[in-house]
Design a protein around this ligand. Structure first.
Ligand code: NAP
Length: 288
Protein backbone atom coordinates (compact mmCIF):
# COMPACT_ATOMS: atom_id res chain seq x y z
CA UNK A 1 0.00 0.00 0.00
CA UNK A 2 1.39 3.40 -0.98
CA UNK A 3 2.10 6.00 1.71
CA UNK A 4 0.51 9.38 1.10
CA UNK A 5 1.34 12.99 2.01
CA UNK A 6 -1.47 15.52 1.79
CA UNK A 7 -0.43 19.15 1.75
CA UNK A 8 -3.28 21.63 2.20
CA UNK A 9 -5.97 20.65 4.67
CA UNK A 10 -8.51 23.41 4.02
CA UNK A 11 -12.19 23.01 3.17
CA UNK A 12 -11.47 20.33 0.55
CA UNK A 13 -8.20 18.82 1.79
CA UNK A 14 -9.53 17.93 5.23
CA UNK A 15 -12.39 15.64 4.12
CA UNK A 16 -10.14 14.17 1.43
CA UNK A 17 -7.57 13.33 4.10
CA UNK A 18 -10.21 11.72 6.30
CA UNK A 19 -11.24 9.50 3.39
CA UNK A 20 -7.63 8.59 2.52
CA UNK A 21 -7.13 7.48 6.14
CA UNK A 22 -10.48 5.67 6.01
CA UNK A 23 -9.18 3.49 3.16
CA UNK A 24 -6.17 2.53 5.27
CA UNK A 25 -3.40 4.54 3.57
CA UNK A 26 -0.63 5.75 5.92
CA UNK A 27 -1.07 9.54 5.77
CA UNK A 28 1.18 12.48 6.64
CA UNK A 29 -0.35 15.95 6.44
CA UNK A 30 1.07 19.45 6.31
CA UNK A 31 -0.80 22.73 6.43
CA UNK A 32 0.62 26.25 6.68
CA UNK A 33 -1.88 26.96 9.46
CA UNK A 34 -1.20 24.02 11.77
CA UNK A 35 -4.55 24.22 13.61
CA UNK A 36 -6.31 22.94 10.48
CA UNK A 37 -4.56 19.56 10.88
CA UNK A 38 -5.93 18.79 14.36
CA UNK A 39 -8.92 16.76 13.22
CA UNK A 40 -6.79 14.73 10.82
CA UNK A 41 -4.22 14.07 13.55
CA UNK A 42 -7.07 12.81 15.73
CA UNK A 43 -8.12 10.48 12.92
CA UNK A 44 -4.62 8.97 12.70
CA UNK A 45 -2.59 11.24 10.38
CA UNK A 46 1.00 12.16 11.20
CA UNK A 47 1.53 15.93 11.10
CA UNK A 48 4.72 17.12 9.39
CA UNK A 49 6.48 20.37 10.26
CA UNK A 50 7.25 21.31 6.63
CA UNK A 51 6.23 20.41 3.08
CA UNK A 52 9.68 18.83 2.66
CA UNK A 53 9.22 16.58 5.69
CA UNK A 54 5.76 15.54 4.47
CA UNK A 55 7.05 14.80 0.96
CA UNK A 56 10.03 12.81 2.28
CA UNK A 57 7.68 10.54 4.23
CA UNK A 58 5.51 9.41 1.31
CA UNK A 59 5.42 7.69 -2.09
CA UNK A 60 2.55 9.88 -3.30
CA UNK A 61 2.48 13.60 -2.50
CA UNK A 62 -0.79 15.46 -3.01
CA UNK A 63 -1.28 19.23 -2.91
CA UNK A 64 -4.78 20.69 -2.51
CA UNK A 65 -4.25 24.42 -2.11
CA UNK A 66 -5.73 27.74 -3.19
CA UNK A 67 -3.84 28.89 -6.24
CA UNK A 68 -0.70 28.96 -8.40
CA UNK A 69 1.29 30.98 -5.83
CA UNK A 70 0.51 28.41 -3.13
CA UNK A 71 1.62 25.44 -5.26
CA UNK A 72 4.70 27.38 -6.36
CA UNK A 73 5.83 28.19 -2.82
CA UNK A 74 5.09 24.69 -1.50
CA UNK A 75 7.13 23.16 -4.30
CA UNK A 76 10.03 25.60 -4.59
CA UNK A 77 10.06 27.48 -1.29
CA UNK A 78 12.30 26.94 1.72
CA UNK A 79 11.78 23.33 2.83
CA UNK A 80 9.72 22.77 -0.30
CA UNK A 81 8.46 19.51 -1.81
CA UNK A 82 10.81 19.59 -4.81
CA UNK A 83 13.86 18.79 -2.67
CA UNK A 84 12.24 15.48 -1.65
CA UNK A 85 11.30 14.37 -5.17
CA UNK A 86 13.13 11.80 -7.27
CA UNK A 87 12.67 8.42 -8.97
CA UNK A 88 9.70 6.49 -7.61
CA UNK A 89 7.86 9.51 -6.18
CA UNK A 90 4.57 10.72 -7.64
CA UNK A 91 3.41 14.31 -7.13
CA UNK A 92 -0.29 15.00 -7.71
CA UNK A 93 -1.54 18.58 -7.71
CA UNK A 94 -5.31 18.56 -7.17
CA UNK A 95 -5.64 22.36 -6.90
CA UNK A 96 -7.42 24.36 -9.58
CA UNK A 97 -4.69 26.30 -11.39
CA UNK A 98 -3.91 27.14 -15.03
CA UNK A 99 -2.66 24.64 -17.62
CA UNK A 100 0.36 26.86 -18.26
CA UNK A 101 1.39 26.80 -14.58
CA UNK A 102 0.66 23.08 -14.23
CA UNK A 103 2.85 22.25 -17.23
CA UNK A 104 5.71 24.31 -15.83
CA UNK A 105 5.43 22.50 -12.46
CA UNK A 106 5.39 19.14 -14.30
CA UNK A 107 8.63 20.04 -16.08
CA UNK A 108 10.32 20.85 -12.74
CA UNK A 109 9.02 17.68 -11.10
CA UNK A 110 10.05 15.45 -14.00
CA UNK A 111 13.55 16.94 -13.98
CA UNK A 112 14.02 15.32 -10.55
CA UNK A 113 13.06 11.88 -11.94
CA UNK A 114 9.64 11.94 -10.23
CA UNK A 115 6.26 11.89 -11.99
CA UNK A 116 3.48 14.46 -11.86
CA UNK A 117 -0.25 14.39 -12.52
CA UNK A 118 -2.67 17.30 -12.43
CA UNK A 119 -5.88 15.97 -10.87
CA UNK A 120 -8.36 18.78 -10.17
CA UNK A 121 -11.78 17.87 -8.86
CA UNK A 122 -15.41 18.69 -9.48
CA UNK A 123 -17.72 18.63 -6.46
CA UNK A 124 -17.78 20.73 -3.35
CA UNK A 125 -17.18 19.99 0.33
CA UNK A 126 -20.33 17.88 0.71
CA UNK A 127 -19.20 15.64 -2.18
CA UNK A 128 -15.64 15.54 -0.82
CA UNK A 129 -16.99 14.35 2.56
CA UNK A 130 -18.72 11.43 0.82
CA UNK A 131 -15.55 10.56 -1.12
CA UNK A 132 -17.47 11.02 -4.35
CA UNK A 133 -15.53 13.72 -6.17
CA UNK A 134 -15.17 13.66 -9.93
CA UNK A 135 -11.45 13.69 -10.69
CA UNK A 136 -9.94 14.78 -13.99
CA UNK A 137 -6.38 13.60 -14.58
CA UNK A 138 -3.63 14.97 -16.81
CA UNK A 139 -0.34 13.15 -17.34
CA UNK A 140 0.95 9.67 -18.13
CA UNK A 141 -1.93 7.12 -17.90
CA UNK A 142 0.52 4.53 -16.49
CA UNK A 143 1.23 6.88 -13.58
CA UNK A 144 -2.52 7.26 -13.07
CA UNK A 145 -2.79 3.46 -12.84
CA UNK A 146 -0.14 3.49 -10.09
CA UNK A 147 -2.13 5.94 -7.95
CA UNK A 148 -5.68 4.99 -8.95
CA UNK A 149 -6.43 3.41 -5.57
CA UNK A 150 -5.39 6.57 -3.75
CA UNK A 151 -7.60 8.70 -6.00
CA UNK A 152 -10.47 6.24 -5.55
CA UNK A 153 -10.34 6.98 -1.82
CA UNK A 154 -11.53 10.52 -2.56
CA UNK A 155 -13.34 10.24 -5.88
CA UNK A 156 -16.14 8.25 -7.48
CA UNK A 157 -15.42 9.10 -11.12
CA UNK A 158 -11.90 9.31 -12.51
CA UNK A 159 -11.30 10.53 -16.07
CA UNK A 160 -7.97 10.56 -17.85
CA UNK A 161 -8.03 13.73 -19.98
CA UNK A 162 -4.64 13.87 -21.72
CA UNK A 163 -1.12 15.17 -21.12
CA UNK A 164 0.04 17.27 -18.16
CA UNK A 165 -2.08 20.42 -17.87
CA UNK A 166 -5.05 19.02 -19.80
CA UNK A 167 -7.08 18.20 -16.68
CA UNK A 168 -6.78 21.69 -15.18
CA UNK A 169 -7.71 23.06 -18.61
CA UNK A 170 -10.94 21.01 -18.52
CA UNK A 171 -11.55 22.01 -14.89
CA UNK A 172 -11.44 25.68 -15.91
CA UNK A 173 -13.98 24.98 -18.67
CA UNK A 174 -16.27 23.39 -16.04
CA UNK A 175 -15.89 26.38 -13.73
CA UNK A 176 -16.88 28.65 -16.62
CA UNK A 177 -20.25 26.87 -16.36
CA UNK A 178 -20.27 27.06 -12.54
CA UNK A 179 -19.86 30.85 -12.59
CA UNK A 180 -22.22 31.52 -15.48
CA UNK A 181 -24.97 29.16 -14.36
CA UNK A 182 -24.91 30.49 -10.80
CA UNK A 183 -25.15 34.09 -11.99
CA UNK A 184 -28.13 33.10 -14.19
CA UNK A 185 -29.76 31.22 -11.30
CA UNK A 186 -29.42 34.26 -9.02
CA UNK A 187 -30.95 36.56 -11.64
CA UNK A 188 -33.71 34.07 -12.46
CA UNK A 189 -34.66 33.64 -8.80
CA UNK A 190 -34.73 37.38 -8.32
CA UNK A 191 -36.85 37.96 -11.42
CA UNK A 192 -39.30 35.21 -10.40
CA UNK A 193 -39.58 36.77 -6.95
CA UNK A 194 -40.20 40.28 -8.33
CA UNK A 195 -42.85 38.83 -10.67
CA UNK A 196 -44.64 37.29 -7.67
CA UNK A 197 -43.91 33.64 -8.53
CA UNK A 198 -43.88 31.36 -5.49
CA UNK A 199 -40.44 29.81 -4.85
CA UNK A 200 -41.69 26.24 -4.43
CA UNK A 201 -43.56 26.46 -7.76
CA UNK A 202 -40.48 28.00 -9.39
CA UNK A 203 -38.29 25.24 -7.97
CA UNK A 204 -40.63 22.39 -9.00
CA UNK A 205 -40.98 23.71 -12.54
CA UNK A 206 -37.22 24.35 -12.87
CA UNK A 207 -36.54 20.77 -11.78
CA UNK A 208 -39.01 19.41 -14.34
CA UNK A 209 -37.66 21.50 -17.20
CA UNK A 210 -34.72 21.30 -19.60
CA UNK A 211 -32.70 23.70 -17.46
CA UNK A 212 -32.72 21.35 -14.45
CA UNK A 213 -29.27 21.06 -12.86
CA UNK A 214 -27.91 19.35 -9.72
CA UNK A 215 -26.03 22.57 -9.03
CA UNK A 216 -29.30 24.51 -8.97
CA UNK A 217 -30.68 21.93 -6.50
CA UNK A 218 -27.78 22.67 -4.14
CA UNK A 219 -27.45 26.41 -4.63
CA UNK A 220 -31.03 27.71 -4.87
CA UNK A 221 -31.94 26.69 -1.26
CA UNK A 222 -28.79 28.50 -0.08
CA UNK A 223 -29.92 31.63 -1.93
CA UNK A 224 -33.46 31.44 -0.56
CA UNK A 225 -32.45 30.81 3.05
CA UNK A 226 -29.41 33.14 2.95
CA UNK A 227 -27.18 30.34 4.28
CA UNK A 228 -23.86 31.31 2.77
CA UNK A 229 -21.57 29.12 4.91
CA UNK A 230 -18.78 28.46 2.40
CA UNK A 231 -18.67 25.20 0.47
CA UNK A 232 -16.78 26.95 -2.34
CA UNK A 233 -15.74 30.43 -1.18
CA UNK A 234 -16.51 33.19 -3.69
CA UNK A 235 -12.84 34.32 -3.59
CA UNK A 236 -11.81 30.96 -5.11
CA UNK A 237 -14.38 31.25 -7.89
CA UNK A 238 -13.06 34.74 -8.69
CA UNK A 239 -9.55 33.22 -8.84
CA UNK A 240 -10.79 30.59 -11.30
CA UNK A 241 -12.69 33.15 -13.40
CA UNK A 242 -9.46 35.16 -13.67
CA UNK A 243 -7.58 31.98 -14.68
CA UNK A 244 -10.25 31.32 -17.33
CA UNK A 245 -9.81 34.81 -18.82
CA UNK A 246 -6.05 34.39 -18.94
CA UNK A 247 -6.23 30.89 -20.40
CA UNK A 248 -8.92 31.82 -22.95
CA UNK A 249 -6.91 34.84 -24.13
CA UNK A 250 -3.82 32.68 -24.64
CA UNK A 251 -5.90 30.10 -26.53
CA UNK A 252 -7.65 32.72 -28.68
CA UNK A 253 -11.16 31.91 -27.38
CA UNK A 254 -13.52 34.94 -27.35
CA UNK A 255 -15.70 34.81 -24.22
CA UNK A 256 -17.72 38.02 -23.78
CA UNK A 257 -20.36 36.41 -21.52
CA UNK A 258 -17.61 35.04 -19.27
CA UNK A 259 -16.20 38.58 -18.86
CA UNK A 260 -19.58 39.86 -17.62
CA UNK A 261 -19.78 36.97 -15.13
CA UNK A 262 -16.19 37.52 -13.99
CA UNK A 263 -16.80 41.25 -13.42
CA UNK A 264 -19.95 40.50 -11.42
CA UNK A 265 -18.25 38.00 -9.06
CA UNK A 266 -15.14 40.22 -8.81
CA UNK A 267 -17.34 43.15 -7.70
CA UNK A 268 -18.94 40.90 -5.06
CA UNK A 269 -15.47 39.86 -3.86
CA UNK A 270 -14.43 43.51 -3.58
CA UNK A 271 -17.55 44.21 -1.52
CA UNK A 272 -16.88 41.75 1.28
CA UNK A 273 -18.36 38.55 -0.18
CA UNK A 274 -15.06 36.70 -0.70
CA UNK A 275 -15.30 34.35 2.27
CA UNK A 276 -18.98 33.51 1.71
CA UNK A 277 -20.17 30.70 -0.51
CA UNK A 278 -20.28 31.89 -4.12
CA UNK A 279 -24.09 31.48 -4.10
CA UNK A 280 -24.06 34.74 -2.08
CA UNK A 281 -24.00 36.43 -5.49
CA UNK A 282 -27.79 36.37 -5.05
CA UNK A 283 -27.56 38.61 -1.98
CA UNK A 284 -25.00 40.86 -3.70
CA UNK A 285 -27.33 41.32 -6.70
CA UNK A 286 -30.15 42.30 -4.36
CA UNK A 287 -27.99 45.02 -2.84
CA UNK A 288 -26.97 46.68 -6.10
N1 NAP B 1 -14.24 24.32 -2.07
C1 NAP B 1 -14.68 23.75 -3.19
O1 NAP B 1 -15.90 23.56 -3.36
C2 NAP B 1 -13.73 23.35 -4.28
C3 NAP B 1 -14.21 22.48 -5.27
C4 NAP B 1 -13.36 22.06 -6.29
C5 NAP B 1 -12.06 22.54 -6.33
N2 NAP B 1 -11.62 23.41 -5.37
C6 NAP B 1 -10.21 23.87 -5.45
O2 NAP B 1 -9.50 23.15 -4.45
C7 NAP B 1 -8.42 23.95 -3.96
C8 NAP B 1 -8.54 24.07 -2.44
O3 NAP B 1 -9.78 24.68 -2.14
P1 NAP B 1 -10.40 24.77 -0.66
O4 NAP B 1 -11.84 25.03 -0.83
O5 NAP B 1 -9.93 23.65 0.15
O6 NAP B 1 -9.70 26.14 -0.17
P2 NAP B 1 -9.35 26.64 1.29
O7 NAP B 1 -10.26 26.07 2.32
O8 NAP B 1 -9.24 28.12 1.19
O9 NAP B 1 -7.90 26.01 1.55
C9 NAP B 1 -6.81 26.50 0.85
C10 NAP B 1 -5.57 25.77 1.29
O10 NAP B 1 -4.44 26.34 0.60
C11 NAP B 1 -3.44 26.70 1.57
N3 NAP B 1 -2.66 27.84 1.07
C12 NAP B 1 -3.12 28.96 0.49
N4 NAP B 1 -2.09 29.76 0.16
C13 NAP B 1 -0.96 29.14 0.57
C14 NAP B 1 0.41 29.45 0.48
N5 NAP B 1 0.83 30.59 -0.08
N6 NAP B 1 1.29 28.57 0.99
C15 NAP B 1 0.87 27.41 1.56
N7 NAP B 1 -0.43 27.04 1.66
C16 NAP B 1 -1.33 27.90 1.15
C17 NAP B 1 -4.24 27.05 2.79
O11 NAP B 1 -3.41 27.08 3.93
P3 NAP B 1 -3.87 27.93 5.22
O12 NAP B 1 -4.88 27.07 5.93
O13 NAP B 1 -2.63 28.16 5.98
O14 NAP B 1 -4.47 29.22 4.71
C18 NAP B 1 -5.26 25.91 2.79
O15 NAP B 1 -4.68 24.70 3.22
C19 NAP B 1 -8.52 25.30 -4.70
O16 NAP B 1 -7.65 25.28 -5.80
C20 NAP B 1 -9.97 25.33 -5.15
O17 NAP B 1 -10.17 26.16 -6.28
C21 NAP B 1 -12.42 23.80 -4.34
Amino acid sequence: MKSVALIGTGLMGKPMGINILGKGFPLTVYNRTVSKTTELAGAGARVAGSPLEAARSADVIITMVSNIEAVDSLLKGKEGILAALGMGKIFIDMSTITPEASKSFAALVKATGAEMLDAPVSGSTNVAEKGELTIMVGGDPRVLDEVREVLQAVGKFIFHVGDNGSAVALKLVLNHFVGGMTALLAEGLMLADKLGIDYSVFSNVLNSSVVKSPMYDIKSPKMITGDYAPQFPLRLLVKDLNYISRTAAAAGARMPVHEIVRNLFSAAGENGYGEKDFSAIYEFLGKE
